[in-house]
Design a protein around this ligand. Sequence first.
Ligand SMILES: *Cc1c(COP(=O)(O)O)cnc(C)c1O
Length: 229
Amino acid sequence: MGMTAAERLAWIQSRIAGACRACGRDPAEVTLVAVSKKQDVAAVAALAACGQRIFAESYIQEALPKMDAAPAGLTWHFIGHLQRNKAKLTEGRFDLIHTVDNLELAQKLQKKSRELGQIQKICLQVNVAGEDQKSGIAPEALPELAEAVVALPELGLCGLMVIPPVFDDPEGARPVFARLRELRDELSTRLGQPLPVLSMGMSGDLEAAVMEGATHVRVGTDLFGPRQL
Ligand SMILES: *Cc1c(COP(=O)(O)O)cnc(C)c1O
């Protein structure tokens, strides 16, 4: 506690760099996504003032007013469970939606993107560990969903995302991260297109995720401190 925004950001960047060093990756391959859910605009502005540019939100009603009030020039991602009837509210304002896991939602996003004349970048969220009650498409059903999604012209499929089960040991999630990478590689071959994004790793397990190939780590608590709102 008591760390400044600049110190927190430097700490997370050094953790990413350390994990990259340990596995021979270039830290430039890893994008830090600052998870600002339940943080106020002042916290976003403080981190933006330190140079952070990419922020992510989980709740659409919380996100939109915050995005309006935040400093200009930031890039916003969506990482929450998106209800189909709220898909239109995204209004093309999220550069990347990490959490598409069903075709109906993809179709709603497609419709909105077409209206706006934009391409919406998305990732498919995968329930790698097969947990009950958890968002994400089952690995067995992933190819079929992905093939349907790439047929939607206003969606750009960028890659895969996972939220692993909660483990006490930060290394516990590592096989889940490794499996997501394999699923991405298989899917990329099947679709005949690159799927560059692997969105995985949070405050507690970002090192394991980076070592398994994460391109986007989503960090909230260790970047902002405890959630406020
Ligand atoms: C809240 C959240 C995070 C950030 O989690 P921390 O443990 O606070 O870093 C990352 N990804 C998703 C999908 C989240 O909902």
